[in-house]
Design a protein around this ligand. Structure first.
Ligand SMILES: [Zn+2]
Length: 228
């Protein structure tokens, strides 16, 4: 079975995919968010035309992050993320996770986690979009997903901050690491893959990496789209 087929099977039986959502998809099928082709939230043809980037390119722009990305943050990738987050098309999580697994040479990892959304924005949307992507990746890799962070207070969206200092302060006010996930299964030096949807400055990932590394993890990062 090809990796793509395996991931399709994993996605279809994902525990977060309820019977209601499967039935809704059958009766009200999605259209591709980029070309409106029916029966898929993102068609193969549009996925193949994304502006894919290499590990070498991301390393030049984000030398402090162990970051890998699928594609550049451009009009198409922005539309995919926007449709997923704001039009509540949860099946796009499976398309995005599939693109990550198929296009990024993910390092072997003991755990997968995700950057949390602002609690208020999560409540407005009704779901944690990044967690959904990360959980699908974890299921594909047959690796446990653990929730490591809580977001302390509502912060200005990182993309709207004006300076590096403002971004850093915004992030420092935002995250704390939870300790409830630390069990005997997690040994010092365990590796963890931190997932986010978009990387625009690298500051959020850098700060989350630092918190995870303080707990003894070795970290790597993967995002769907990166601003380069
Ligand atoms: Zn399409």
């Amino acid at each position: 079975m090809s990796p793509a087929t395996v991931l399709d099977t994993v996605s279809f039986f994902h525990p977060l995919r309820t019977i209601v959502s499967v039935l809704l998809t059958l009766f009200f099928p999605h259209c591709c968010c980029l070309c409106k082709k029916p029966f898929t939230p993102l068609c193969e043809s549009c996925a193949d035309k994304l502006d894919f980037c290499t590990q070498f390119e991301t390393k030049i722009f984000y030398p402090n992050n162990k970051l890998q990305a699928v594609c550049r943050f451009d009009r198409n990738s922005q539309k995919i993320i926007h449709t997923f987050k704001y039009q509540n098309i949860k099946d796009l999580a499976f398309s995005i996770a599939k693109l990550i697994v198929l296009h990024v040479p993910l390092p072997p990892t003991d755990f997968v986690t995700s950057v949390p959304p602002d609690p208020l924005r999560k409540k407005q949307r009704g779901f944690d979009h990044t967690q959904l992507i990360a959980q699908t990746i974890a299921q594909y890799l047959d690796t446990p997903y653990i929730e490591c962070f809580t977001k302390k207070e509502q912060t200005q969206a990182q993309a709207k901050t004006r300076s590096k200092a403002e971004r850093e302060q915004n992030i420092k006010n935002a995250f704390s690491i939870t300790t409830s996930f630390i069990t005997t299964d997690i040994l010092n030096g365990s590796s963890i893959l931190l997932v986010d949807d978009v990387c625009t400055t690298g500051t959020t990932l850098q700060y989350c990496n630092a918190l995870l590394e303080e707990c003894g993890f070795t970290t790597s990062n993967v995002v769907f789209a990166v601003k380069i």
